[in-house]
Design a protein. Structure first.
Length: 220
């Protein structure tokens, strides 16, 4: 595994700020920003598992809190902000712009990895920054919540859904029909929404790795 430099980062916007963990192997071909799902954070064990696989492949990663500390306290009570897709997308756009301002990442293509509601935010952010976002991966995502932004996404999109997650699979198929960018839907057999079944998250991680290394390539 290549040596990976990890540092805490703070990304500001409008007088507020969120925290993230930026991990960069030597000479990464791109950096992948993670958008976690409902009620999670940059410490999501599933996203960290995927990020470790990407890092071993030489990709940079940015695991990001999408809510400020005060917003997280509000959301713990109301569960409202975790479904505010426009808000979460604005935070992702701020992260992409922040990467532009960092010497180590300014020239790198940006990938977006979204889980659950974070996938909708990732797709909206990709639509807002078509020149910077080179690939999108959705894990058990709700791309349907991206709304009209689906038609404006230009980056290739990989949709990963558990075979037993029937309602989310239906929503992914409907959302895919609204994409104008290249896309592929991969159904992981025997997996439920969280990919908690043995071996299923490993399949997700490998497919995401291959997509970010070669968008539109053939996942395993």
């Amino acid at each position: 595994m290549p040596a990976v430099t990890v540092r805490d980062v703070v990304i500001g916007f409008g007088g507020e700020a969120v925290h993230g963990d930026l991990a960069l192997p030597p000479s990464p071909p791109s950096v992948v920003v993670f958008a976690h799902g409902s009620g999670s954070s940059r410490f999501s064990p599933r996203n960290r598992t995927v990020a470790a696989v990407l890092q071993r492949a030489g990709l940079g990663t940015l695991l990001l809190d999408l809510l400020t500390a005060s917003e997280e306290r509000i959301d713990d009570v109301t569960c409202r902000l975790r479904f505010d897709i426009p808000l979460l997308a604005r935070r992702l756009v701020a992260a992409v712009d922040w990467l532009d301002g960092e010497s180590a990442t300014a020239e790198l293509p940006v990938g977006l990895f979204g889980a659950s509601t974070g996938a909708a935010a990732a797709l909206r952010a990709a639509a807002e920054r078509p020149a910077r976002v080179s690939a999108v991966v959705s894990r058990g995502g709700r791309p349907d919540l991206a709304g009209e932004a689906l038609a404006r996404v230009r980056a290739p999109v990989l949709l990963l859904v558990g075979g037993l997650d029937q309602e989310v699979l239906r929503l992914n198929r409907a959302a895919a029909d609204r994409l104008t960018a290249p896309w592929r839907l991969v159904v992981v057999p025997g997996a439920t929404h969280l990919f908690a079944e043995p071996g299923t998250l490993e399949q997700v991680s490998a497919a995401a790795r291959d997509w970010f290394l070669d968008p539109e390539g053939t996942p395993p």
